[in-house]
Design a protein around this ligand. Structure first.
Ligand code: ADP
Length: 534
């Protein structure tokens, strides 16, 4: 599976990648709405799933919110309501924390053998795999992501992540430590307890897996607060987890809003750990809520403005394709999007021409259609915010090469947009736009691009495109970011750690490093009667 995911992603990001380029041709044949056409978005395709789970999951049961309130979750293709979902708030968070506490303190989960926990996690993965297409359809409906992306990348990635963490469950152990003195010293690696988890809307399933996988493998119980824009897929997979044998109360899922349910979770006195993915502004609030309540341990995965550096030796066609993928993948809604495309002056003009042509070819339309590369943005707020940034790009003097407006008259579609002549001090080069807007900047030397690339409050990721080993080594060491992708981008296998330097976050998710987020270390010191036993 690892090979499958990474090879898909790297294929997706090269000029010869299979799925997306195949899509481009087939979409042409079918006359799908494409960027550049003036047609309105066609009648949305009816999804092949129904919404079966729309309540809160607390203590192994689906229940209404204590207040009885619900909120609509919307279809980004139209802005219309898909379903009404129970709206959890502080009281529901409290109910969920009580259930999680009980499951941790008295329930079987942390006391089960690691091998038993592993077998349940493997069954969770199997059931999700079995329901791949229903889950993918639900995710597309709720988030606007292309169905092929959900079905062929994101649900399989979820399965891979759970199998990976199941593999860790029985490999977590402490050390014996050679201390000075007549003591036998050992460390126990123990689960932290009740983990609060708050996830965003851009990768609802994948973010769920990044957080739930390691927390469960380490023996914690969980209260998960999903994003208000995308509550549906987490409820569906949680139902499968119960079927797989996860004991009641080990995983509780509360849909609801940030300032109510999210804040209640981050400030709850009986939550031992909070893991958050979202904006840097909200990350600061989470840290503050932890400090003001019980100093719960905090992991944060926040925003980015990642440089994608095209060196002078680049094969321009390949660089254009990879830079395009790095920015436009997932409608540009990636915290690590390569949103500052730095291009060496020697290849700049050719790159700009080809980047423009590639953006004009991007297949935008109903995400349920085969071959679609880009669906709508998540909601009206994001849609308006992106259009504002596009305006600011024009007003600040960047050259608009492609796009620049909405697409159609319905839903939240935006034309793939490319700016050249972008300067470092423009807002479009500094802020996280979180949309399909590529900003191309020219540079002259490696020293210069290192300085400019690092001149950001963020430090999440970077892309480097070069065949020159010295360039690659130099940039890889100099860039102050949590991930450097060299001649690839968005390669996200379960084993690869991910997280940010600077204001892009605290801690690492995925890989062995993520286990630290959900374990604490107990030192056990036993006096030895006879020093000769040492
Ligand atoms: P975005 O701008 O991408 O929506 P946010 O950081 O606002 O990012 O949201 C990410 C997650 O954080 C969502 O689940 C949201 O409900 C939650 N959230 C937003 N505000 C708060 C808050 N004040 N306290 C806790 N969680 C919050």
């Amino acid at each position: 599976m690892a090979a499958r995911i990474s090879s898909f992603l790297s294929r997706s990001s090269s000029s010869s990648f299979a799925l997306l380029s195949r899509g481009t041709n087939s979409s042409l044949r079918r006359g799908i709405l494409r960027y550049g056409t003036a047609a309105s978005v066609e009648e949305p395709i009816k999804p092949s799933v129904n919404v079966e789970y729309n309540q809160l999951l607390i203590d192994g049961k689906f229940v209404d919110a204590a207040s009885g309130k619900t909120f609509p979750t919307l279809d980004p293709r139209t802005g219309e309501t898909i379903a009404h979902v129970s709206e959890g708030d502080a009281e529901d968070i409290n109910r969920a924390v009580i259930a999680a506490r009980k499951a941790f303190d008295e329930g079987p989960w942390p006391k089960m053998t690691a091998y038993e926990r592993q077998r349940i996690l493997l069954r969770c993965a199997d059931l999700v795999e079995k329901h791949n297409d229903e889950i993918a359809a639900l995710e597309t409906w709720d988030s606007g992501k292309p169905f092929e992306q959900c079905a062929q990348i994101e649900v399989p990635m979820f399965v891979r992540l759970f199998r990976y963490y199941a593999g860790w469950a029985d490999k977590i152990h402490g050390l014996t430590v050679p201390a000075d003195g007549p003591y036998h010293v050992q460390t126990l690696h123990e689960p932290i307890g009740v983990a609060g988890q708050i996830i965003p809307w851009n990768f609802p399933l994948v973010m769920f897996a990044w957080k739930v996988g390691p927390a469960l493998a380490c023996g914690n119980s969980i209260v998960m607060k999903t994003a208000e824009q995308t509550p549906l897929s987490a409820l569906y997979v949680s139902k499968l987890f119960l079927e797989a044998g996860l004991p009641p109360g080990v995983l509780n899922v509360v849909s609801g809003f940030g300032p109510t349910a999210g804040a209640a979770l981050a400030s709850h006195m009986d939550v031992d750990k909070i893991a958050f993915t979202g904006s840097t502004a909200t990350g600061k609030v989470i840290l503050e809520l932890s400090a003001r309540s019980n100093l719960k341990d905090v992991t944060l995965e926040l925003g980015g403005k990642s440089p994608f550096i095209v060196c002078e030796d680049a094969d321009v066609d390949k660089a254009v394709e990879l830079a395009h993928f790095a920015l436009f993948f997932n409608q540009g809604q990636c915290c690590c999007a390569g949103s500052r495309t730095f291009v060496h002056e020697r290849v700049y003009d050719e790159f700009v021409e080809k980047a423009k042509a590639r953006a004009l070819k991007r297949a935008v339309g109903d995400p349920f259609k085969s071959g679609i590369e880009q669906g709508p943005q998540i909601d009206s707020d994001q849609f308006k915010k992106i259009l504002k940034y596009i305006n600011s790009g024009v007003e600040s003097g960047a050259t608009l090469q492609a796009g620049g407006d909405r697409l159609g008259s319905k839903g939240f579609y935006i034309q793939p947009t490319v700016f050249s002549d972008v300067k470092d001090d423009m807002l479009i080069a500094q802020d996280e736009i979180f949309g399909p807007v590529q900003s191309i900047l020219k540079y002259k030397s490696t020293d210069e691009v290192i300085k400019r690339a690092n001149n950001s409050q963020y430090g999440l990721a970077a892309g480097v495109f070069t065949q020159n080993l010295d360039n690659a080594n130099r940039l890889m060491r100099a860039l102050r970011v949590g991930t450097v992708w060299i001649n690839c981008f968005d390669t996200f296998d379960a084993a690869i750690p991910f997280g940010g330097y600077k204001m892009s976050g605290i801690g690492r998710e995925k890989g062995e490093y993520s286990l630290k987020n959900y374990l604490q270390v107990k030192a056990v010191v036993t006096a030895l009667d006879n020093p000769a036993w040492l």
